[in-house]
Design a protein around this ligand. Sequence first.
Ligand SMILES: [Zn+2]
Length: 320
Amino acid sequence: MNRRALFLSCVFFLLLAALASCGPRRESAPSAGRLQVVTTLFPLYDFARAVCGAKGDVSLLLPPGVEPHSFEPKPGDVVKINEADIFVYTGDFMEPWAASIIKGALRADLVVVDASRGAMLRQESKNHGQSAEGRDAAASHDGAPVDPHIWLDLGNAQVMVDNILAGCVRKDPKNRSFYEENATAYKAKLRELDEKFRKGLASCETRLFVHGGHYAFNYLARRYNLSYVSVYGFSPDAEPSPRHLADIVQEIRRHKIKYVFYEELLQPRMAETIAQETGARLLPLNGGHNVTKEDLQKGVTFIGLLERDLDNLRAGLQCR
Ligand SMILES: [Zn+2]
C-alpha cells in the first residue's frame, strides 16, 4: 500500500468513527435490548414496571414530590421522550401538553400509549360533589371537564395495564407472551385489591368521605358506593370559596363525621382548619399521582399506597 492510499484509508476510518459517535446515541450499553419506557405519572410508571419486568427500563418524567396538575415538561423531558421506545401518558385531560409533543417532532418509531383508551371517564358537574358519567369523552358535550384521576378506579387501572401491554407488544412482538403473562399476573393483583376495598368498605358507620384535599378520589368513592366531598377542585391550585367551606363544615356536623382526610403530599392547611372548626381528626390519603423521593427509593408501589389508603379509609369511616 502506498503512502497516499494509507493516508486515504486513515481518513476514511476517522470519518467512520466520527460518524458513529455522532449518530443517535441511545446509551444502550448497560441496558442493551431492553425497552426504554418513559411514563408521566406514578401509577403508569408502576404499571409499566409490572408489565415490562426485566425486559424494560421504565422511567418517571415527573420529578418526585412535584405537583402533577401544573407540571409542564422542560426541553430535556421532550428529548427524553424522543429517545424512548415507548411513551406512556394518562390522557389529554391529565397531560394537555402531551398533544403538542406528540404532534411535533417525535420519531416515527416511538410508540405512544394513551393509557385512558377504553377507560370509563367521569365528569365533574358541580361543586366537587356530584359527578356525571361519560365514556371516552375528552371533554363532555356540556363542557364539563373530565375527572383526570382515572387510575383510582381499579377497573380502569386494569384497562390502563392492557393499554401499556399493547404498547410493549407493538414495540417488541417477539416477547409478547412474556409481557402478557406479566400483565395477567398484575391485573390479578389489582382485582384482589379491588375485592379488598369492596369488602373493607362494605359496612361502615358513615359513607360520607370528606376530603380536605383536591377532588381526586371520586372514582374510588363511586366504585365503592361512598359519597365524596372535597375542599378543592380537580387541581389543588384554586382556593375554595368560603361558602363551599361553610357547606363542608355543616355536612360534617350534620353527619357527625369524626375524621377528615388530608392530602399526603401537600400542606394540610384546609384540612386542619376544618378539623379545628369541627373537632374532627385527620387521616392521610395518597392519590398516587406522584410519590416522594424517599418513597421512590424505598420501592413503594401503587398497590402498597392504595392498601394504606384503604386502612385509613376503614379507620376514618369506622368500618367493620
Ligand atoms: Zn389530582
